[in-house]
Design a protein. Structure first.
Length: 426
């Protein structure tokens, strides 16, 4: 497994004289063959600015930074794949902060790139290569002309064409899960928020947050355009907004207006679920799918990252339990980080939360963060670090009625997901 590295111009090479290393949290680790899969279609290789690649010298067995002026390389994975290890690197400048991406260890072997990852869902529906630029531009043009006064379509067109957000793009392609952002405010101050950071933050947000409160008509127009097939999904709670449930009255009115016209498709909300009273109102209005974001089931860890304002993990669990009891299909948007998520105490706490609350799907989502900044924020490990591959195995054994995936599924998609898992196991 040859080391993969980049020069200062971003050109990527493999080094036949050095073996690749990876990281689990802040620990350098060797990569096992069973942890590797070929670089998935739609993945991107990126250099890690301000870093030096870590390698093993096979002649001496020593772990060392690669000599010379080179940078480490990581892979950014598409949906459907769960990273098992971070790239192996040390920072040349300890104060340097990496951009907010989810970096995965990458090596060169058998004539190709491989990554430390495991497929957890069918990647094809969310393969970025299926989003054709000409079709997207045509969809944007069509819907903006149809609704010239709808500010949400204008906002989403920038997300789709500028940020290449697949959910926003789906809104214009009228497929899969589409986006309907509603909130410019939030009840959490997430350390790694991708849409809003303090002015003195070390890492700027890669996206611009929604700056206005849409009208019920603007929201309903987008929902009705998207909910045209039995399995279409329209979702509140995007990366370009705050917490959608802060706009509960708007969401409730929009859901009711849409359901007076059509019963097609599914209405989803991506939420931190901290505002339990608001969640109850939205569920009662007709919410069908709910994805709840979390980074841990341990209070200290959760609060260090989310910095909740006026709520706690207990409120989150109450919201999940209420929605599940009302028939809402609830998923966790689980922000994972190798060397932290797979700590023994984290695994035990998450299994208990899932069992108590009625969660039916755990979406393993790679946390976009500068590793050193994150590790300095959260509590240290108390127990053994199990490894991400073992974590996935434990979840499947301990939570047999819960699917492990990567994105939101409808009930019909749920059955296909089970079949995909059975086929993958063979």
């Amino acid at each position: 497994m040859n080391l993969v590295y980049a020069d200062r111009d971003g050109r990527v090479y493999d080094h036949p004289d050095y073996w690749a290393l990876a990281r689990s949290a802040d620990q350098a680790v060797e990569i096992l063959e069973e942890e590797l899969i070929p670089l998935p279609e739609g993945a991107t290789l990126v250099s890690l600015p301000g870093t030096r690649p870590l390698a093993i010298d096979p002649r001496s067995g020593d772990m060392l930074p690669l000599p010379g002026d080179f940078q480490a390389v990581g892979a950014l994975l598409p949906q459907g794949f769960t990273r098992l290890l971070l790239p192996g690197y040390v920072k040349a400048d300890r104060d340097a902060v990496l951009p907010l991406f989810g970096y995965t260890a990458v090596v060169w072997k058998d004539g190709g790139f491989y990554v430390a990852a495991e497929p957890c869902d069918d990647p094809e529906p969310w393969n970025p290569l299926t989003c054709k630029p000409d079709e997207l531009e045509a969809g944007v043009d069509t819907l903006r002309k149809r609704y010239p006064d709808n500010r949400l379509y204008e906002h989403l067109s920038h997300c789709a064409l500028g940020y290449e957000c697949l959910t926003a793009s789906n809104t214009f392609l009228q497929r899969l899960e589409g986006a309907v952002p509603v909130s410019f405010s939030c009840n959490a101050g997430c350390f790694g928020c991708i849409s809003e950071q303090p002015e003195d933050s070390a890492f700027p947000s890669p996206q611009t947050r929604l700056t206005f409160r849409p009208t019920v008509d603007e929201v309903a127009q987008i929902m009705l355009e998207h909910l045209r097939t039995p399995e279409s999904i329209i979702s509140f709670g995007q990366g370009c907004e705050g917490e959608p449930s802060t706009q509960a009255p708007l969401i409730i009115k929009a859901i009711r207006k849409v359901r007076e016209t059509t019963d097609l498709g599914y209405i989803n909300m991506n939420t931190n679920a901290g505002l339990t009273d608001h969640i109850r109102g939205i569920v009662d209005a007709g919410l069908q799918l709910m994805r709840v974001s979390t980074i841990s089931a341990l209070d200290e860890h959760y609060e260090a990252y989310y910095r909740p304002r006026g709520y706690s993990l207990k409120n989150v669990e109450k919201s999940i339990r209420y929605a599940a009891d009302k028939g809402v299909l609830v998923s966790l948007n689980y922000l994972i980080f190798p060397g932290v998520t797979d700590r023994e105490e984290e695994v035990e706490a998450m299994i208990e939360l899932v069992r108590r609350s009625g969660v039916k799907l755990i979406q393993m989502r790679n946390l976009n963060i500068d590793p050193e900044s994150y590790l300095s924020l959260i509590p240290p490990a108390r127990g053994e670090v199990l490894g991400m591959k073992q974590l996935l195995q434990i979840y499947r054994e301990e939570l047999p009625g819960v699917l492990i995936g990567s994105y939101t599924h409808t009930p019909e998609g749920w059955l296909r997901k089970q079949q995909w898992e059975a086929d993958a196991a063979r």
